[in-house]
Design a protein. Structure first.
Length: 319
């Protein structure tokens, strides 16, 4: 028996060597792909980290978990997508809290490498104004809706119903632009007609979404105007107090903001996101948050998860 084992061992060793050799290209390719991203000049603001600017007051997309600490306290589907992107680039996830209405200015203002963050992800609807300043990587689709007191006592179903009423909204959002255009006081780029020009909406604007929502709950506003996932989140969070008043805008693509002068980082992110979509990780993350209805079915978000055609990102309005 001992002799037989000695005779078999060389064959086993040879087989093992062949197996290792056959696996080596796969291991090597994975390591090389990871190293490529690390060794490329991605012009990161902090070596070894993907620094992500966000306004974490917009659940379920991005918000703070008070029971967690540091980077782990940044939660929501946007944050989980950003975490996975960082991981696939071989980088640490480094979220940075920012004010929504100044994120893009902070991202693009300083010279490359001296800005506060590498990218921004904060439910930015893709529109022409933003595309003049940054490149946008489509990753999700979001509509807009109204939040009203339970029972909808004022019968608010559309922007037309907001004329003459106090309405809460977050600063820097497309919803604020639409209300201003509805009053005939905006720049006219939101696509909203001036339906309230003779009886203006009483706009109550705030720095965070939760401050705006609170105005409806405490009776200071007849409605608040925000992205549809946010409306749904606060409806579930405050049962019997608020409800959806109406869907005003059908879903349009939102994007990750990247500087125009950092094509290497943009390419790496696009490839990582495409890989996430291909292997199912992307849908798994959205499913955890119950928002798969907003999933993109392709890298440009021209179709939904089921292949249904949607509006082109270039033709979309702004959140």
């Amino acid at each position: 028996m001992f002799r037989r084992l000695l005779q078999v061992r060389p064959a086993m060793i040879g087989l093992t060597v062949l197996l290792i050799a056959s696996l080596f290209p796969v291991i090597s390719a994975a390591a090389t792909a990871n190293a490529t991203y690390q060794e490329q000049d991605l012009a990161l603001v902090q070596d070894g980290s993907l620094t992500v600017a966000t306004s974490p007051d917009y659940p379920p997309a991005e918000f703070i978990d008070p029971e967690a600490e540091g980077a782990d306290s940044f939660t929501g589907y946007d944050m989980d997508l950003a975490r996975e992107l960082a991981s696939r680039l071989g980088l640490e996830f480094n979220p940075q809290q920012a004010s929504f209405d100044t994120i893009i200015t902070d991202l693009t203002g300083p010279p490359l490498g001296q800005q506060r963050a590498d990218i921004a992800i904060s439910s930015f609807t893709i529109n022409a104004e933003r595309q003049e300043r940054v490149n946008m990587i489509p990753y999700f689709r979001i509509g807009e809706s109204l939040l009203v007191p339970s029972g909808n006592p004022n019968g608010i179903d559309s922007v037309d119903d907001l004329c003459g009423r106090p309405v809460a909204v977050q600063n820097g959002t497309i919803e604020l632009s639409e209300l201003q255009d509805a009053n005939g006081e905006g720049d006219g780029t939101s696509g909203q007609d001036p339906v309230c020009q003779d009886d203006p909406v009483q706009i109550l604007s705030f720095d965070t979404a939760d401050q705006a929502i609170l105005q409806v709950i405490n009776g200071r506003a007849d409605a608040s105007y925000q992205d549809d996932p946010v409306t749904g989140y606060y409806t579930e969070l405050n049962p019997g107090q608020v409800e959806v008043g109406g869907i005003t805008v059908e879903p349009a693509p939102v994007g990750i903001a990247v500087r125009k002068d950092n094509p290497a980082l943009e390419t790496a992110l696009r490839e990582a996101l495409a890989a996430m979509m291909a292997d199912g990780t992307y849908l798994e993350i959205l499913d955890r948050w119950g928002v798969t209805s907003g999933a993109c079915g392709d890298a440009e978000c021209t179709t939904g998860a089921g292949g249904t055609p949607v509006a082109s990102p270039q033709a979309s309005p702004a959140s």
